[in-house]
Design a protein around this ligand. Sequence first.
Ligand code: VGL
Ligand code: ZN
Length: 199
Amino acid sequence: MTKALIVIDVQNDFCPGGALAVPEGDKIVPVINRMMQDFETVILTQDWHPSGHSSFASSHDDKAPFETTTMPYGTQVLWPDHCVQGTEGAAFHSDLRTDADMIIRKGFRPHIDSYSAFFENDQTTPTGLQGYLKERGIKDLTIVGLATDFCVAFSALDAVRLGLRVQVELSACRAIDMDGSLNGALDNMENAGVVLGRA
Ligand code: VGL
Ligand code: ZN
């Protein structure tokens, strides 16, 4: 049975010094590089926004980063400008192994954010990852990366919903953790049947 390692958004803007830095985001890089040796298939995701993206607080009047707004698809947290296509902030951490089978980009549609590697935040627009895994007969996933409480959790929850077996290895993840979002995400994942690894 082919197992895939899905590495979520290990990009400069989510590491210390970046625009949307996740505390200790860079600490997981050597852990992930080691884990890659144990998987036949490695897939990286890359948050990849056009400038002026609707998830940026700067695109809205009277909004500050980390406030929320209502989008046609529901509530959306507004972020500092981050992971703008082609910038150094959108590049993978320079120590991350990038000899992966597949890189999936997300968040490139100006009016929809995309936390999950499978569906954008409207929960219907697919990224194509489900089809890729299906064609390759991959049903077992280990998910790691940034941030535990946003892109990792949304990816894991969608994967379970699609009938895949999913483990999230928490030692290779770090969280943004705003307003209890980490505990909420851990509860949601556990209740959905995601196996939480704490190696
Ligand atoms: C992410 C917020 C905005 C993530 C991406 O990778 O968790 N979070 N864009
Ligand atoms: Zn983003």
